[in-house]
Design a protein around this ligand. Structure first.
Ligand code: EPU
Length: 345
């Protein structure tokens, strides 16, 4: 279905909506006023209402990258715009327009069914298509920014719908123009450009190991391998609440990296596009002895130290208290500061 065909009846409004099932940490949170957005043209009216009543507001996609308080005051826009459609296909690439509320993993699976490989390394990332460009989701050597043609947004400042080209999105590691300008843009649709020419991208260590001795796996094989690796390494939010990587991998100047490497020969790092060095935060945290540790209801996942988990009945403060403890220790041991990846609402 094409999202343009969605009706633009007023969005459904619910008071005191429980968000327990709409945040992957499983926090017992509640939205004072929840607007279910199913079509882009509902947004200007809702934002006018919000401005008139001087309400605080935020957009919630799949809730896979957020830390929610007990009560979300003011308005919460639940992004539920669906629809995905191939808009143009020529000899070099295919353009696909996708509603901001579409589930990311289901979209990736659909591209493979349609014979449009390219996104398979990004399988099983939780969340929605609309959230993907905001933090430029990435995994196993691929970042989504590479495959984005343009992003359609409502600009809250100018009260206009605008299309930003890939260049205007300023994609960088877990960063974008949208992230740099919080509370300004509401993503309604993402247009992907999938090149016709496909090449397996299996250089990332975990994938290379899966395919050792096999030079040309198919997109479907890569998709299944990524799903397998993620399932083994990352906790399923339905079983144990979490938001994937809790910290970004810190990027440090090359001189600092050299000093650290001499002191800690096992340091895991990757070259960064800007000539600096990206350190594996999971390794730093692991070295500090946090893996599998627990502080009240919050814990560090036993198989991946970069993931903080809610052991049940936890609240935002529990996770943030543990996060602060980790940040302080890593700072003390390595002189490196860790930035929290999920949005604290
Ligand atoms: N490591 C440890 N101990 C740990 C965890 C990791 O020593 O407890 C070491 C591993 O041995 C490995 C290195 O750190 O050599 C990197 O670990 P991993 O391959 O698991 O990747 P990551 O850097 O921890 C990033 C992304 C993930 C993404 C993977 C795979 C960030 C913040 N995280 O994690 O993204 O799936 O690479 O590409 O960039 C997410 O953002 O939610 C997420 C899961």
């Amino acid at each position: 279905m094409n999202s343009d065909q969605n009706t633009s009846a007023s969005p459904k409004l619910t008071l005191n909506l429980s968000l327990k099932d709409r945040n992957t940490f499983g926090f017992d949170a509640c939205a004072e006023l929840a607007y279910e957005i199913t079509a882009a043209d509902q947004i200007p009216g809702v934002m006018n209402e919000i401005a008139e009543k001087q309400l605080t507001w935020r957009v919630l996609g799949g809730g896979s990258n957020v830390i929610l308080p007990k009560v979300l005051p003011g308005a919460t826009l639940l992004m539920n715009i669906t629809g995905q459609q191939i808009t143009t296909a020529d000899a070099s690439s295919t353009l696909i327009a996708v509603g901001g509320g579409v589930n990311w993993h289901e979209f990736v699976a659909w591209t493979l069914e349609e014979g449009l490989p390219g996104l398979e390394n990004l399988a099983l990332i939780p969340g929605t298509v609309g959230a993907a460009p905001i933090q430029n989701i990435g995994a196993y050597g691929v970042e989504i920014g590479e495959y984005i043609n343009s992003v359609e947004v409502f600009d809250v400042k100018t009260k206009d719908f605008v299309t930003l080209t890939k260049e205007a999105c300023h994609f960088a590691y877990r960063d974008s123009y949208f992230k740099q300008n919080p509370q300004r843009f509401i993503v309604t649709k993402v247009v992907f450009r999938i090149p016709r020419q496909w090449q397996a991208r299996i250089h990332y260590a975990d994938l290379a190991k899966q395919f050792s001795g096999q030079s040309s796996p198919s997109p479907e094989e890569i998709f299944l391998a990524v799903c397998k690796i993620r399932t083994l390494k990352l906790p399923d939010p339905k079983v144990i609440g979490n938001a994937g990587s809790f910290f970004q991998n810190p990027i440090v100047p090359s001189e600092q990296y050299e000093t650290l490497r001499q002191k800690h020969p096992g340091l895991v790092s990757y070259p960064d596009a800007t000539g600096k060095r990206k350190l594996a935060a999971g390794w730093l945290i692991d070295q500090c002895g946090f893996k599998g540790q627990r502080m009240g209801n919050a814990g560090v996942y036993e198989k991946q130290a970069l993931v903080l988990v809610n052991h049940g009945n936890g609240i935002a403060q529990d996770i943030l208290r543990l996060a602060k403890c980790i940040q302080d220790k890593v700072q003390k041991e390595f002189g490196v500061s860790l930035d929290i990846e999920p949005n604290i609402l």
